[in-house]
Ligand binder design. Structure first.
Ligand SMILES: *[C@@H]1O[C@H](CO)[C@@H](O)[C@H](O)[C@H]1NC(C)=O
Ligand SMILES: *[C@@H]1O[C@H](CO)[C@@H](O)[C@H](O)[C@H]1NC(C)=O
Ligand SMILES: *[C@@H]1O[C@H](CO)[C@@H](O)[C@H](O)[C@H]1NC(C)=O
Ligand SMILES: *[C@@H]1O[C@H](CO)[C@@H](O)[C@H](O)[C@H]1NC(C)=O
Ligand SMILES: *[C@@H]1O[C@H](CO)[C@@H](O)[C@H](O)[C@H]1NC(C)=O
Ligand SMILES: *[C@@H]1O[C@H](CO)[C@@H](O)[C@H](O)[C@H]1NC(C)=O
Ligand SMILES: *[C@@H]1O[C@H](CO)[C@@H](O)[C@H](O)[C@H]1NC(C)=O
Ligand SMILES: *[C@@H]1O[C@H](CO)[C@@H](O)[C@H](O)[C@H]1NC(C)=O
Ligand SMILES: *[C@@H]1O[C@H](CO)[C@@H](O)[C@H](O)[C@H]1NC(C)=O
Ligand SMILES: *[C@@H]1O[C@H](CO)[C@@H](O)[C@H](O)[C@H]1NC(C)=O
Ligand SMILES: *[C@@H]1O[C@H](CO)[C@@H](O)[C@H](O)[C@H]1NC(C)=O
Length: 866
């Protein structure tokens, strides 16, 4: 009898595999209570299509999401249900794989799941448990070896009872709304002595890292966990360790062992992105002979790369970007298996041209941007075929761009901007380009035709070169183009008519070329344009009426052309318009008075200077400038007008403080009115005093009369006031002394009389501020104003330097931005894209898909704003 039973149990599973229906009709393998528990569990949740948006397994492979519980049918054996696995002898459910099953609903402590007490393997990741707490009852599933609760919207405290799962070998938890009670993380690690893989993402582990880890540990990934203190050196000595990642924990101090690591034979992946590893990379890294992935980015590292590191010839991925590393990279070529390499934003120097590029037959990504490399790119390279991303921007490289780069068959991202490259841009062989930036070089010749034939191109930035020829209308075939910057070249001809039909275009910069003719491009309804810069060309005719279709337009710069039109007041209906620059054209006629609500409500910079405008000062127009009526003094954060991408910034030529300056970016606090060099008449209206955000007011070289309104003293952040060359009369209002930010004042060549006010800034202005006003008296003019003898003339304490120190200088902050560069929108996107499309280390993609998701969300927000 006993023998028969044994045989039956040996054969039974085999029979079941032969015929499921036979088995289920023969007997229910799955005990009733287990089937019932599963059914009850199923009915606690609804199936929701967006409950499994985020679906990647531990290794980063994407998982197909589908509602597994739909197949859980009472009339079939529960062991045959999707995601359910039973013990072959007892029939008890031992594995439950419900990853990405579109489950949505609260997960209560009375859940029937906890009746499945034999579970060894439980994966609930990628569902939406809608902010449920992790029940302490998980601690009762004492047979569990594998538990995955990641990406399932759990919140609250992770119960201490989890530590009872002393057989756990794999534990994965993700949620930024989860946290540990102090010491519970330590307890967990102490009790889980069998642990092999641990993944905690986003969980608030606000404690130091305990010293004792399971010696079986092969994988330890902690990301964005609020750990603090110093990483115990013991972690590097775990002898089975294969993959170690501490990411985005900037307050965590890491000190590397200086001796041989016990993990050195097994460790394949080391990722310390954004932790505090202040100091040098020690020579002990030379022992990590199994390492294929090394990420030490944004770690505060300095010094040169130690020689032994170059011995790690198995390295396939090397990211050292965003540190203070220096020295030559002359041994770099020894990494013959390199596929992904990013050393950007350091101080590496030396030449590129010795590099044996030919060894890197697998190379897909190479980023040396923002370093101090010199020399030229080697030209006789043939081995590289797989390169997708090449960034050498912001170095001191020169020579021509060699043909092998243009011949790369799968190039997607090329950024060689800010170097000294010369020669022509050749035709590209690749058909998959998405980003091309070659700005700030000395490139010449025409825009290659092959660039205009790229389906995936969304950034094309060729500005600040010597490119010539016309802009072909085939450029409009770039249907997803978002940024087109061809500014500061020698392009000629007309603006292609079809440009206005490019539905994705957000930035269109054709400034400072020799474009001519009428702008008869029709900007189509529903376009996405934020920035149009046509300034510095020879354009004629009128402002195109179709601009009214650009409802997101923030910047319109038509300055320095030969446009001949009346004031396009209708542009005021563009609710997002912040900068309107029409300076140096042939605009004419009066600006008609009419107060219309929300006309030009967002305007921050309006420059109508050097035109032929005439008639009365446009008082009613000024009444509309609502944004200027808000004090910008207290705004804590710096924001720039039209900031959409880190690779394109809006520069603007402004006249302020008596100088013509090019601002590389325009701070939103930079509020400017310039009506100079026209033929405006009448009085300066009192309501100008309401525009309290004004920094620069220039009304010089007009025909203005009457008094200086005392209301100007409300302009408490005004830095530059120029009213020179008008017919202004009366006295200078004493109240203007309260303008403590005023660095430059020019009232010269008017009909002012009386005494010059004394005190504060007024003690710093020189003669030139007042000359040509015969009736003015007092310091600094030689004509006394009574009782002033002996007061020494103040030196010019301010002037343009004040801007440098004033904390609000666009120039300074631009440099700061350059230094902080490194996680920009575009780099992020394309590095991720490259990694995904070349299938590299799966675990990285899991993290980066998340990042990409954030980036894309950010992009969409930019697009959707308002
Ligand atoms: C369950 O399975 C039986 C037999 O295969 C079938 O007739 C029935 O429609 C199924 N029920 C559901 C809800 O799928
Ligand atoms: C769990 O199910 C998913 C499909 O939803 C599958 O991709 C994965 O391989 C399963 N895991 C195991 C360990 O069977
Ligand atoms: C489980 O608990 C929740 C909340 O405490 C309650 O709403 C639900 O009815 C309970 N379910 C069962 C089956 O007891
Ligand atoms: C740690 O594990 C032991 C058994 O291995 C158990 O008795 C103890 O309760 C656990 N501690 C916690 C806090 O879960
Ligand atoms: C993390 O938890 C600690 C207390 O445990 C708390 O002080 C801290 O604010 C939390 N941090 C975040 C980012 O939630
Ligand atoms: C670490 O574990 C060892 C041996 O298991 C023990 O002697 C030591 O006290 C533990 N250290 C800590 C800090 O728990
Ligand atoms: C980073 O580590 C260095 C030395 O290890 C220390 O001086 C510094 O305070 C740490 N910085 C932070 C932010 O913890
Ligand atoms: C690195 O390689 C050189 C020879 O290329 C050898 O002399 C040296 O010992 C190696 N260093 C380590 C740490 O393996
Ligand atoms: C490139 O720059 C190097 C100095 O870094 C200089 O010696 C060389 O002549 C330059 N080559 C060209 C073509 O300008
Ligand atoms: C541009 O697109 C049109 C239609 O999609 C096509 O006929 C034409 O050949 C394309 N031009 C180029 C240069 O690819
Ligand atoms: C556009 O303007 C140019 C002159 O600048 C003219 O030659 C051309 O015919 C115009 N095209 C259309 C469609 O109006």
């Amino acid at each position: 009898m006993g023998y028969v039973k044994l045989v039956f149990f040996m054969i039974f599973p085999f029979l079941c595999q032969l015929s499921l229906s036979f088995c289920s009709s023969l007997s229910h393998l799955c005990p009733k209570d287990q089937a019932l528990a599963l059914q009850q569990f199923k009915h606690m949740f609804t199936i929701s299509h967006d409950a499994s948006d985020y679906c990647f397994d531990i290794t980063g492979q994407s998982i197909q999401s589908y509602p597994k519980t739909l197949s859980w049918n009472k009339s079939t054996d529960c062991c045959s249900w999707d995601g359910v696995y039973c013990d072959e002898t007892t029939g008890k459910v031992i594995e439950l794989n419900l990853t990405c099953s579109k489950l949505q609903g609260r997960f209560h402590s009375n859940s029937s799941l906890f009746q499945l007490s034999n579970l060894k393997w439980l994966d609930l990741s990628g569902n939406d448990f809608s902010g449920s707490l992790i029940s302490p009852k998980f601690g009762e599933l004492s047979s569990l070896k594998h538990l995955d609760l990641s990406f399932s919207s759990f919140t609250g405290l992770i119960p201490a009872e989890i530590s009872r799962l002393s057989k756990l070998q794999v534990l994965s938890i993700e949620s930024s709304l989860l946290r540990f009670e102090p010491h519970n993380f330590e307890l967990l690690l102490k009790n889980l002595t069998q642990l092999r893989e641990l993944y905690f993402y986003g969980v608030n582990i606000s404690s130091t890292i305990p010293l004792n880890f399971s010696s079986y540990l092969t994988t330890l990934h902690l990301r964005n966990t609020q750990l603090y203190g110093t990483l115990p050196e013991g972690i590097f000595h775990l002898s089975n360790l294969e993959s170690l990642a501490f990411l985005e924990i900037p307050q965590l101090t890491v000190r590397f062992p200086t001796t041989k690591w016990n993990s050195s034979a097994s460790l394949q992946m080391l990722n310390l992105y954004s932790v505090n590893a202040t100091g040098r990379i020690p020579e002990s890294f030379g022992h990590l002979t199994s390492l294929h992935t090394l990420i030490l980015a944004s770690c505060n590292l300095s010094g040169s790369i130690p020689k032994p590191l170059w011995n790690l010839t198995n390295i396939e991925l090397l990211y050292l970007d965003d540190n203070h590393l220096e020295g030559s990279i002359s041994d770099f070529f020894r990494f013959g298996k390199l596929r992904f390499s990013s050393l950007g934003n350091n101080n590496f120097n030396g030449k590129l041209d010795f590099l044996s590029f030919n060894r890197w037959t697998q190379l897909a990504l190479l980023d040396f941007s923002f370093n101090s490399l010199t020399g030229s790119i080697p030209s006789n390279v043939s081995g590289i075929q797989n390169l997708h991303l090449l960034r050498l921007s912001s170095n001191h490289l020169n020579g021509t761009i060699p043909s092998w780069i243009f011949s790369l068959p799968s190039l997607t991202h090329l950024n060689l901007s800010d170097n000294h490259f010369s020669g022509n841009i050749q035709e590209f062989k690749s058909q998959t380009l998405d980003i091309v930036s070659l700005k700030q070089n000395q490139l010449q010749g025409p825009i290659p035709k092959s660039l205009l034939n790229q389906r995936d191109l969304f950034y094309l930035i060729l500005s600040h070169n010597n490119l010539s020829g016309q802009i072909a209308s085939t450029i409009c075939n770039l249907t997803i183009l978002t940024v087109l910057d061809l500014g500061s070249n020698n392009l000629e001809g007309t603006i292609p008519l079809c440009l206005g039909e490019m539905s994705q275009l957000m930035i269109l910069d054709l400034s400072n070329n020799s474009l001519s003719g009428i702008i008869n491009t029709t900007l189509s309804i529903g376009n996405e344009l934020r920035v149009i810069k046509f300034d510095g060309n020879k354009l004629e005719g009128k402002v195109p009426q179709s601009l009214i279709n650009c409802k997101y337009l923030a910047v319109l710069d038509l300055s320095n052309n030969e446009l001949s039109d009346t004031f396009p007041k209708w542009l005021g209906a563009l609710l997002e318009l912040q900068i309107l620059n029409l300076r140096s054209n042939k605009f004419y006629g009066p600006i008609k008075d009419s107060r219309t609500d929300s006309l030009f409500a967002q305007i921050r910079v309006i420059d109508l200077s050097s035109n032929g405008f005439s008639g009365d000062f446009p008082v009613r127009l000024f009444e509309n400038f609502e944004t200027m009526k808000i004090s910008s003094e207290k705004s804590g954060t710096r924001e720039y007008v039209g900031d959409i991408s880190d690779d394109y910034t809006i520069s603007l030529i402004v006249t302020t403080k008596g100088l013509e300056l090019e601002l590389p970016r325009v701070l939103t606090t930079n509020i400017i009115i310039n009506l100079s060099n026209n033929r405006f008449e009448g009085q300066i209206p009192i309501i100008i005093g309401d525009l309290i955000g004004l920094r620069t007011l220039n009304l010089s070289h007009n025909r203005l009369e009457g008094d200086i309104p005392a209301s100007l003293h409300h302009l408490s952040v005004l830095e530059s006031l120029d009213l020179s060359y008008n017919k202004i009369s009366g006295e200078i209002p004493q109240q203007l002394v309260s303008l403590t930010f005023l660095a430059v004042l020019n009232l010269s060549h008017n009909h002012l009389v009386g005494c010059i006010p004394k005190g504060k800034q007024f003690d710093t202005f020189e003669n030139s501020s007042y000359q040509g006003n015969d009736g003015l008296r007092g310091l600094p003019l030689s004509k006394d104003c009574g009782g002033d003898e002996g007061v020494p003339q103040a030196a010019n304490l301010y002037g343009i330097d004040q801007e440098e120190e004033g904390g609000d200088s666009a120039i300074i902050s631009w440099q700061a931005v350059l230094m902080g560069y490194g996680c920009g929108l575009v780099i992020g996107l394309s590095i991720i894209y490259t990694m995904l499309s070349t299938q590299y280390p799966a675990w990285i993609s899991r993290m980066d898909v998340e990042l990409e998701h954030k980036i894309l969300t950010r992009m969409r927000k930019h697009k959707k704003r308002h």
